[in-house]
Each structure stands twice: as C-alpha cells, then as structure tokens.
Ligand binder design. Structure first.
Ligand code: ADE
Length: 238
C-alpha cells in the first residue's frame, strides 16, 4: 500500500516510524510519503490560508497549494481522505475497506478547515475519529493509518491476529490473562486453566457479551447474535 499525506506538519508523523506501522514499512508492505503543501504555494510568502468570504472567525486553507500538491502525485484511482470532525465516523469497517486499497491520500486540515472546493473536487471520503475537535487533522490521520495498516497481510506477524479484535466480531473483546495463575491472591478464572476448549470459547463469548452490554449496548443491535447469545443477554437483564 502507498499512502501520501498532505500536511503542513510532516514532523508530527514521527510515531509512524515505530512499532507495527514502522514494521509494515520495513517489510515492504507500506510506503508513506509526506508532502508539505506549503511547498506548492505560489504566493511569495508561501501563504496557504486566507479569510473566509462572508466573514467569520478563523482562516481557511486555500485551494491552490492543495490542488497543485495533489496534481503532482503519481496516481491512478486513489482514495482521497479528508480528516474532519464533520466527516462520517471512522470505524473498524472503514479500516477494513481501506486495507483493500493500493493507494490512500490523506489531506490534513488546519485552522477553520478547507475551502469547500477542496472537499467537492478532491475528497472521496470525509471521516472523523470522534465527536470532539482536534487542532488539526494530523493526529486523526495517524489514528486512521495505524488502524488500517495493521490489517495489511503479514504486518501483525505470526504471533498476533486481528480476527478476535474488539469490533471485528461486532462485540467488545473478552478479558485476557497470562502467567502467573495467582498474582498477589488475584486469580485467573478457573475455566481458562481447565484445558476444556469448548468451555473456554463459551466463557469468552459470554464475557464479550457482558462487556458490550455494560459498556457499549449500542453495538449489540448490529452484532449478529445467535439464539444462545440472546438467551445469555436475557439472563443478564433478569
Ligand atoms: N480534525 C479535527 N478534529 C477532527 C476529528 N475529530 N476527526 C478527524 N479530523 C479532525
């Protein structure tokens, strides 16, 4: 996968040099380029923003530097993603869709945002990471890149997998335990030490249902529950 990021702050992306995204780059599954669109400004002071027509607070990113930076990217049919609090929510489903693509381009906004013509002409996706406002799109782009890239083949390595992740199954993930079985009197649930795989599966499913019921009941409607799941949830309500 190739990812091009149009940003005024390329240095903010240092976290993507590390850990799993860093590994994706090392093993050749990912190429990331940062393009400072200020370099494309034809203004003699390299200005990239201006006052909004109609008045109002704040400055807007002007079309010229961003359109020119976009035109300079070699591409066939990329997804062009604007990170913005006015976008649709970013979810695991979105990450799964993007992980199938060859080329993503992220446009990171600042100030009051972009001139609307940038949205209308360049964006294929406008996406938000939550109902709050960040100072710029960079942190949101990093979150989206991280969640997408870990789904690429071989990136998590043989030890890990994403099939049981929270949200992949439509439910929150069940709790995990490792050694020791007794730490300061805090015991690992017996079932996990039983070696009975059917019982362990049932316990994990029930823990997922319990956690989702308590913390994110909104997810249960879309979760594709079995009759056994529904009975278990009924027993909780009782
Ligand atoms: N830019 C500023 N706030 C944002 C948010 N919540 N999601 C995505 N991009 C943003």
């Amino acid at each position: 996968m190739k990812i091009d990021v149009l940003t005024l702050f390329p240095d903010m992306f240092a976290p993507l040099d590390h850990s799993i995204v860093g590994r994706a780059r090392t093993i050749g599954q990912l190429e990331v380029n940062y393009i400072n669109f200020r370099d494309y400004s034809t203004n003699k002071h390299q200005k990239v923003d201006d006052y909004p027509y109609g008045g109002g607070a704040g400055m807007l990113l002007t079309p010229q530097p961003i359109f020119d930076a976009y035109d300079a990217i070699e591409k066939t049919r990329p997804r062009v993603i604007i990170t913005t609090p006015t976008g649709r929510p970013f979810t695991q489903r979105v990450a799964e869709e993007w992980a199938k693509e060859d080329h993503l381009i992220f446009l990171c906004g600042h100030y009051e945002g972009f001139d609307q013509r940038i949205h209308d002409e360049l964006a294929t996706d406008e996406v938000s990471i939550g109902d709050f406002v960040l100072t710029g799109g960079e942190l949101a782009a990093m979150v989206m890149i991280d969640a997408t890239v870990r789904l690429l083949p071989d990136v998590l390595g043989a030890q890990a997998s994403h099939e049981d992740d929270s949200f992949s199954t439509g439910l929150l993930e069940y709790p995990h335990y490792t050694r020791p079985a007794d730490f300061r009197g805090l015991k690992v649930p017996d079932v996990l030490l039983s070696g009975n795989h059917a019982k362990i599966e049932t316990w994990r499913r029930e823990q997922s249902l319990l956690r989702t019921h308590r913390r994110r009941p909104d997810l249960l409607e879309q979760a594709g529950l079995t009759e056994t799941d529904k009975k278990f949830l009924e027993s909780l309500r009782d």
